[in-house]
Write a protein that binds this ligand. Structure first.
Ligand code: C2E
Ligand code: MG
Ligand code: MG
Ligand code: MG
Length: 286
């Protein structure tokens, strides 16, 4: 079959690959330029303490506004940056700008917030992350205890012994560590008791179909209970409805992020949301 209509099919296929490769290269070059030209932005999604209803943290999320394409989503360019190594510079930029912003908010008198920063697997293993963090904290003045690094299960399991040493160095500095997208990456829980962790972030895929999907409710409840038994806090990602929040509250989940309160916002809008907080959010009476 390949022989009879082979040539046409093959040529079509080859052109297709070339196009994909070319697009990737183009994307990488544009991303590199955007980084150098300071066109990338960080937006901040609030993290809410469920018991008090108060915003207690922010997750820094990369935004790449493109004049032609509009906002290019991180899901499209992070993997490219990861595979080409550009993530080293990108990650360093994110860490520095997130800590700068966190420190600015402290100086502006905003209530105490933690700042969560996503760390890619390559960033975790390829560079001396603890050293980089130390330097950024020293340069920006941002307190180590307020910084929370988000890692995936995959990144931690890649080189276990090395990961453990890195986590211990970060812990010694006072920096907190969260497992992002928890439940999607690795099938063994044994690493949970070996690694010094502070937060489990339940992946959005287990939250989205609550309360329709009973299995997801069971899984979310089990993650919360397990996290608490291990002495770590549990955050639910992607909370969009009041029903989901009520369920999580019932199960004593510690905190959440999601469109129910807010998507990621530019820094000034995030600060405005926090200033309005006493008026807009239910909070316990003193
Ligand atoms: P993530 O770290 O798990 O971040 C959560 C993602 O879920 C964000 O997507 C956020 O906008 C989205 N989200 C939050 N609440 C809701 C909700 O209620 N409903 C829905 N449908 N989505 C919600 P975003 O910003 O597009 O980022 C996607 C992923 O890209 C992130 O997933 C993270 O893995 C990666 N990423 C983003 N910024 C960075 C960065 O600075 N460094 C690295 N290494 N990765 C990043
Ligand atoms: Mg994250
Ligand atoms: Mg996540
Ligand atoms: Mg993710």
């Amino acid at each position: 079959r390949a022989k009879s209509d082979g040539r046409g099919v093959y040529r079509y296929f080859a052109d297709d690959l070339t196009l994909a490769a070319r697009e990737r290269l183009q994307l990488e070059n544009r991303l590199r330029r955007a980084l150098v030209d300071e066109q990338l932005q960080l937006h901040f999604q609030p993290q809410i303490d469920i018991a008090s209803g108060r915003v207690i943290g922010a997750e820094a999320l990369l935004r790449w506004p493109d004049p032609v394409e509009g906002m290019i989503p991180p899901a499209r360019f992070i993997p490219v940056a990861e595979s080409t190594g550009l993530i080293d510079q990108l990650g360093a930029w994110v860490l520095r700008h997130a800590c700068e912003q966190g420190q600015r908010w402290i100086e502006q008198g905003l209530p105490p917030l933690s700042m969560a920063v996503n760390v890619s697997p390559r960033q975790f293993h390829h560079i001396d992350l603890a050293h980089q963090v130390q330097q950024v904290l020293a340069d920006t003045g941002f307190p180590a205890e307020r910084l929370e690094l988000e890692l995936t299960e995959g990144a931690l399991m890649e080189r276990e012994a090395e990961s453990l040493r890195m986590l211990e160095r970060l812990r010694d500095m006072g920096v907190r560590v969260a497992i992002d997208d928890f439940g999607t990456g690795y099938s063994s829980f044994s690493y949970l008791k070996r690694f010094p962790l502070d937060v489990l972030k339940i992946d959005r895929s287990f939250i989205t179909d609550i309360p329709r999907d009973i299995d997801d409710m069971e899984i979310a409840a089990a993650i919360i209970a397990m996290g608490h038994n291990l002495g770590v806090r549990v955050l639910a990602e992607g909370v969009e409805t009041a029903e989901q929040l009520a369920f999580l509250g019932l199960k004593r989940c510690d905190s959440y992020q999601g469109f129910l309160l807010s998507p990621a916002l530019p820094a000034d809008e995030f600060a405005a949301l926090l200033r309005d907080q006493p008026a807009t959010l239910p909070c316990p009476q003193p």
